[in-house]
Design a binder for this molecule. Structure first.
Ligand code: SF4
Length: 326
């Protein structure tokens, strides 16, 4: 017998209209085999209303020494983490990285930099624009994405003129918990302003969060609705990879069941969006990653993360091909 709240949520399959907040809160609190029914519904909604499996790969174009204090981040200068740090890669190096990724069959390449963000007239920002132009000109079939932090309005316009595919900037948690759970050095409102500027110039926004920062199940529901309200195109969900030396190094890990419920609820709130499983898929969820990819997700980050490696891209391609059968 299917749980009555799940039965009610089957309306999404008929209408394509997402569930309300009360239903989402009931679903995210389900337990036991009801979770499998919820996952099955979320997978059906994904198949009916969202795109086929979506993959992208990123390069950490500038690593570490960030003045912000995001509690989960290995790249913050506030914490003592043993990572490789380096300045912005030059455009030619980024071109080479894009070529490598394209040779691995990936069609979306994200340039990611550590730090607060950029103003349009900064020297580093100009180099990034050069790199985007170079990759678009020289790497056939490659879409370029960027994750450069908080931008001024003119910088958003300049990226739009370059025709970037998506801009990634994550809320991480529900906005009202950002200061307590993520960072005190920059307000969430500056991220939201950047999102609105990007959208004003027609750039599609990739924006999601991290599960396991100490947020409640209800906070996750609030994040799902905040993203719906912002009308972002892609929702990347990460599972916290607790890094030694950060304030979250001893954080209790989230369970596979919690991640499954969260993906399913995000899908039922946002039926048509691309929901992407990013960091933590292999390293934290290990044996469960296949199961989780059929609980509402239809995308993945492949080929490694900012400061940790992922598995081989070829393995991910085979994995994605098999997922299409579910
Ligand atoms: S998440 Fe970004 S802004 Fe925050 S500390 Fe890390 S690099 Fe800096």
């Amino acid at each position: 017998m299917i749980n009555s709240t799940i039965q009610k949520a089957y309306s999404v399959l008929e209408t394509g209209i997402g569930i309300d907040e009360q239903t989402a809160n009931e679903l995210i609190n389900l337990k036991g085999t009801d979770i499998l029914d919820l996952m099955s519904l979320a997978n059906k909604v994904t198949k009916k209303y969202s795109e086929d499996m979506h993959s992208c790969s990123i390069v950490n174009a500038k690593s570490g020494v960030c003045r912000e204090n995001c509690k989960f981040c290995a790249q913050s200068a506030h914490y003592n983490v043993d990572i490789e740090t380096y300045d912005l890669m030059n455009p030619e190096t980024l071109l080479e990285k894009a070529r490598e990724v394209r040779a691995g069959g990936v069609e979306r390449f994200g340039i990611v930099t550590s730090g607060t963000g950029y103003k349009h007239d900064g020297e580093d920002f100009k180099l990034i624009l050069q790199a985007i132009d170079l990759i678009k000109e020289k790497v056939e079939g490659m879409n370029v994405c960027a994750a450069l932090g908080i931008l001024d309005d003119e910088a958003c316009k300049m990226l739009a003129e370059r025709g970037i595919a998506h801009y990634n900037i994550n809320l991480q948690v529900t906005p009202e918990k950002f200061e307590t759970l993520v960072a005190t050095t920059h307000p969430i409102e500056r991220k939201i302003e950047t999102i609105k500027s990007l959208q004003k110039y027609g750039i599609s926004v990739c924006c999601g969060g991290i599960l396991g920062l100490g947020e409640s199940l209800e906070d996750r529901v609030k994040l799902a609705f905040a993203l719906k309200e912002l009308n972002v195109t892609v929702i990347p969900l990460n599972v916290l990879v607790a890094v030694k030396g950060t304030p979250l190094e001893n954080q209790e890990p989230v369970t596979a069941a919690e991640v499954a419920k969260t993906f399913a609820v995000f899908r039922l709130v946002n039926p048509t969006k691309i929901i992407k499983f990013a960091a933590g898929r292999e390293t934290v969820m290990k044996d469960f990653q296949g199961l989780l990819m059929v609980s509402g997700a239809n995308g993945m980050l492949t080929g490694g993360y900012l400061t940790t490696r992922g598995r081989e891209m070829e393995d991910d391609h085979n994995f994605m091909a098999q997922l299409e059968e579910f």
